[in-house]
Design a binder for this molecule. Structure first.
Ligand code: ADE
Ligand code: ZN
Length: 350
């Protein structure tokens, strides 16, 4: 891998938005159910005869005025209720992957929430089958490489997480890891210690949401009890100097989601976001979209709006894109190919 960073001092500020859009990147924090656009929610509701508590696309969009994580999750789970067939899951993932290609996303690791669907009688085979077929087709047709990470819902019990794992194991070749999401405060990582230990024995990659709304202490236990390889969000690490040092030392990536943090009121505005502080402290931060259909933007929107709010320059852009490949769960040869293309893009902008 090329360890030398390109000289970035000569990229003119007005060329930065084009560079942000064109640079190849990986997306490591996208809930595929959070890519369901209102128009697709209504189309699937019609196709499946599901009654929605909203009269129109516009009325649904007007409900997207969130005050915190839970106010979003209530609507997000309601939106996912239109997904019933294998084709629904395929169509949802394919629509996201098409958008990701336009944003020059070369590799994506997609979270999915099977418990949201199995609780409504949709089989694990339907969920994983549709999502995996979309990933396979995209690799051939769209030229984007994508894999799946199964998330346990942390507001449910560990026993239910174990049941979900059992249901998913017949399809274990179709997902690469497990994660932890949903309402954070009051549901610390250690609640899932045993199921994560089992997933580790089984050879899955491990990630967890921690330090989004919850305290820095949850990041410590995600690392030390669950033994995760990446932290999803993690912006509350800034509250704890020892934790910042640990994350920097061990190169534990944070999958930061600026527009999500803005829409869920974690930060009052993008200018107050701590992404630059995290990067400048040597943390392996990355930029991601989380739930793009709900938070007003896909990956390039997250990059361009965060950089437009100031305080970040081309050197940060390079770091973020490079971190995204280095923190991904692809092999070293694939990482090298992506980083070589990244370097060539920056070279062309000098
Ligand atoms: N599920 C979907 N988006 C989420 C987020 N931002 N935090 C926790 N759980 C989620
Ligand atoms: Zn998330």
């Amino acid at each position: 891998m090329n360890l030398a960073e390109p000289d970035l001092t000569s990229v003119a500020a007005e060329r930065l938005p084009a560079l942000l859009r064109q640079m190849p990147k990986a997306e490591l924090h996208i809930h595929i159910e959070g890519s369901l656009e209102p128009e697709m929610i209504f189309a699937l509701a019609r196709r499946n005869g599901v009654q929605l508590p909203y009269a129109s696309v516009e009325e649904l969009r007007r409900a997207y005025a969130f005050t915190n994580l839970q106010s979003f999750l209530d609507i997000y789970y309601a939106g996912a209720s239109v997904l019933l067939t294998e084709q629904d899951f395929y169509d949802m993932a394919q629509a996201y992957l098409q958008k990701a290609v336009q944003d020059n996303v070369a590799h994506a690791e997609l979270f999915f929430d099977p418990q949201t669907h199995t609780a409504r009688g949709v089989s694990m085979e339907t969920v994983i089958g549709g999502l995996h077929r979309a990933c396979t087709d995209a690799a051939g047709g769209l030229g984007i490489d994508a894999s799946l990470i199964l998330c346990f819902l942390r507001h449910l019990s560990e026993e239910e997480a174990f049941e979900t794992l059992e249901q998913a194991l017949p399809f274990r070749d179709k997902f690469i890891g497990v994660g932890l999401d949903s309402g954070e405060v009051g549901n610390p990582p250690e609640k899932f210690a045993r199921v994560f230990a089992r997933c580790r024995e089984l050879g899955f990659h491990l990630v967890a949401h921690a330090g989004e709304e919850g305290p820095a202490a949850y990041i410590w236990t995600a690392l030390d009890v669950l033994k995760v390889e990446r932290i999803d969000h993690g912006v509350q690490a800034i509250q704890d100097a020892a934790l910042m040092a640990r994350l920097a030392r061990d190169r534990i990536a944070l999958t930061v989601c600026p527009l999500s943090n803005l829409k869920l009121c974690v930060f009052p505005d993008l200018a107050s976001h701590n992404l630059r502080q995290l990067l400048d402290a040597g943390l392996a931060a990355t930029v991601n979209s989380d739930d793009p259909a709900y938070f007003g933007g896909y990956l390039n929107d997250n990059f361009t709006q965060t950089f437009a709010a100031g305080r970040l320059h081309a050197g940060h852009a390079y770091r973020l894109a490079r971190n995204s490949f280095e923190a991904s769960f692809i092999d070293d040869a694939a990482k090298r190919r992506h980083i070589d293309r990244l370097d060539a893009t920056f070279e062309a902008f000098r």
